[in-house]
Design a protein around this ligand. Sequence first.
Ligand SMILES: Cc1cc2nc3c(=O)[nH]c(=O)nc-3n(C[C@H](O)[C@H](O)[C@H](O)COP(=O)(O)O)c2cc1C
Length: 180
Amino acid sequence: MEKKENKRVVVLYKSFYGSTKQYAEWIVEETDGDCFELDKIKAEELQKYDVIVFGGGLYAAGINGMKTFQEIYDQIKEKRIIICAVGLSPVVEKVIHEVMEANVTAEMKGKVNFFLLRGAYDHQKQKFIHKMMMKALAAKIKSKKEEDRTEEDRGILECIQHPVNFMNKESIRPILDSIH
Ligand SMILES: Cc1cc2nc3c(=O)[nH]c(=O)nc-3n(C[C@H](O)[C@H](O)[C@H](O)COP(=O)(O)O)c2cc1C
């Protein structure tokens, strides 16, 4: 990939199982930026950057770390801000819109760029709480009639049975293109 080196880029991430971390590292690789776990950085340390990318995994429709990011947002809002959510849902307009509406605050709207990336899921490797949440979701889906289940419902039932991995470095290209 062609590198974009003119802007100073920092990528902040919050990741439970490594999908968001991997995307963060790919973005850093292509921008020669810096990378930090969201919880390990203070807003003052972000002042030297031109572009701030924040990525978090999707958990029950919420972006992991979004609350912390909102807390620092006020001190970095004059910068170029890119928010990425990493989840299992297919990257289609409807889902992008739903995730954005649920997570990007009214103040951020129009100021930040939002992207959805596809991650991975291995049920056996999940923490107890996440296994329980997924099982509860699966039970709810199974209570629906077969013909009423959506494509996403079927995807959730499937990923509990077999690990899935939609990680794809090429999918960061629109993010890199937005860092000009
Ligand atoms: C309890 C739970 C809830 C989840 N909810 C969603 C969701 O609402 N939408 C989605 O697209 N993916 C959902 N996922 C899938 C994760 O977003 C996916 O595994 C992602 O790659 C995790 O990123 P991370 O490893 O960086 O934390 C969920 C996973 C778990 C365990």
